[in-house]
Design a protein around this ligand. Structure first.
Ligand code: URP
Ligand code: ZN
Ligand code: ZN
Length: 463
């Protein structure tokens, strides 16, 4: 029995062409116009539809303990919402607790995901300390398909590690082929500014943004890239938010260094204006790095167009406004950092990127699927529509209108950062490894069907 998607327009990072797609079991067998229908085929008509490789969100935080609480989407609700928005793979983060082995964290995160994930998932490992044995732990993780590690230059006393730790981790990746993902903000400087603000009675959410200058981001991006250059390895900057930081990546890439970076829809579409809402409303937009002055937005779009930025991920880290963000009503430092977005990434990028003429359709596919697959060791199993690849396909209606709202979204969070945004372009059906999992805007697959992805340690080998 094969599944034949007829009459669609296939979009890859390289080209757009009319073709049928034949799927057998979980894999794409053929991609060409005029594949004959046979009695054993189940046929799906995709006339007028684009066939996109399923989206890959390389930065999510599901069921993550953080800021005195836990992100409100678990692997079931989060991956279901992702699927509805056309994303068929995520890479989430396991967290090594200080003083413990990375294996413990990996086991914990596998348990969180295994009976719940609705789509395929990989894991990065957040490294919080690195004794000598930690270097072996990194190799063991790579062996388990954890081909990337996140380190924090921010959040002192919580997640932040010092430069020696960062440098040793970078050096270890020259031996094991993994990729270091960097949260690049100068946490020590920010901590001083934050303490001064609190001492002056500045406790409202807006001070989260005002105490984290773009220069603190740019300095850390510069330092991270310089350390990667000294170690002779690639580096990937996560959730890059500002022109100042982008300039550092541009300078490095223009010198031929393998420096990669992602941004997120919130930095492309929202500005610091959201931090001046009445009452406590701006807490909805407290995440790190913070929203920036609006002059940064077109610069980030330029960065995507010119490939100084390679990826758009969501950094989905939802906390409910009523009972979680509220932890910081009296003190912005106690507001759990993070925002929701896993469901809306493709819709927003398609509408505001392709629809607005800022990026081509092929670049859109590259940014939301192909580049993360390549950088994080999943290509060509994921990230393209080609014979031999997993049959992860979003049947995309480029004309469908959709109103983004917390009233209708599927994420387990009581607000949307993009409330009231009207977008054109949405997933009509979604296939994951050949199985129909989304139809008519609803998830129709089995909970727990998602599989752990063992990723190859070649991150960053591709530029
Ligand atoms: O505010 C954010 N970004 N929360 C999630 C943790 C992180 O730094 O990515
Ligand atoms: Zn981060
Ligand atoms: Zn994050």
């Amino acid at each position: 029995m094969g599944l034949l998607i007829k009459n669609g327009t296939v979009v890859t990072a390289e080209k757009t062409f009319a073709a049928d797609v034949l799927i057998e079991a979980e894999t794409i067998r053929e991609v060409r116009a005029g594949i004959p229908v046979e009695p054993a085929h189940e046929v799906v008509d995709a006339s007028g539809m684009l066939l996109l490789p399923g989206g890959i969100d390389a930065h999510t935080h599901l069921d993550m303990p953080f800021g005195g609480t836990t992100s409100s989407d678990d692997f079931e609700t989060g991956t279901r919402a992702a699927a509805i928005g056309g994303t068929t793979t995520i890479v989430d983060f396991a967290i090594q607790a200080r003083g413990t082995r990375m294996r413990d964290a990996l086991d914990t995160w596998w348990k969180k995901a295994e009976s719940k994930a609705c789509i395929d998932y990989g894991l990065h490992m957040i490294v919080t300390d690195l004794p000598e044995a930690g270097l072996e732990d990194m190799d063991e993780m790579v062996h388990e398909g954890v081909a990337s590690f996140k380190l924090f230059m921010a959040y002192p006393n919580v997640l932040m590690v010092d430069d020696a730790t960062i440098f040793r981790a970078l050096q270890q990746t020259s031996r094991n082929g993994a990729l270091i993902c960097m949260h690049a903000e100068n946490g020590s400087v920010i901590d001083v500014i934050v303490r001064q603000a609190l001492a002056e009675g500045k406790t409202a959410p807006v001070y989260h943004a005002l105490t984290r200058p773009t220069l603190a981001e740019a300095e850390a991006v510069h330092r991270a890239i310089a350390m990667a250059e000294m170690a002779g390895v690639p580096i990937y900057i996560v959730h890059l938010s500002s022109e100042d930081a982008l300039n550092q990546v541009r300078e490095a890439r223009d010198r031929g260094l393998p420096a990669f970076a992602e941004t997120c829809p919130q930095y492309l579409l929202l500005s610091i204006d959201k931090m001046n809402l009445p009452g406590f409303e701006s807490a909805k937009y407290v995440f790190t790095p913070p929203l920036r002055e609006k002059e940064n937005l077109p610069k980030l779009w330029d960065g995507l167009r010119t490939d100084h930025l390679q990826v758009v991920s969501t950094d989905h880290c939802p906390f409910c406004f009523e009972d979680q963000k509220a932890l910081g009503r009296e003190d912005f430092t106690k507001i759990p950092n993070g925002g929701p977005g896993i469901e809306n990434r493709l819709q927003l990028l398609h509408h505001h990127g392709v629809g607005a003429g800022k990026i081509t359709l092929n670049r859109f596919v590259e940014i939301v699927s192909t580049a993360p697959a390549r950088i994080f060791g999943m290509y060509p199993q994921k990230g393209t529509i080609a014979p031999g690849s997993d049959a992860d396909i979003a049947v995309w209606d480029p004309k469908a209108k959709h109103l983004i709202s917390a009233k209708t979204h599927h994420m387990r969070v009581d607000y949307s950062m993009f409330e009231g945004f009207e977008v054109t372009g949405n997933a009509r059906q979604v296939f994951s490894r050949g199985e129909l999992i989304v139809k008519g805007g609803e998830y129709v697959g089995r909970v727990g069907r998602g599989q752990y992805l063992r990723r190859a340690a070649r991150g960053g080998a591709w530029q």
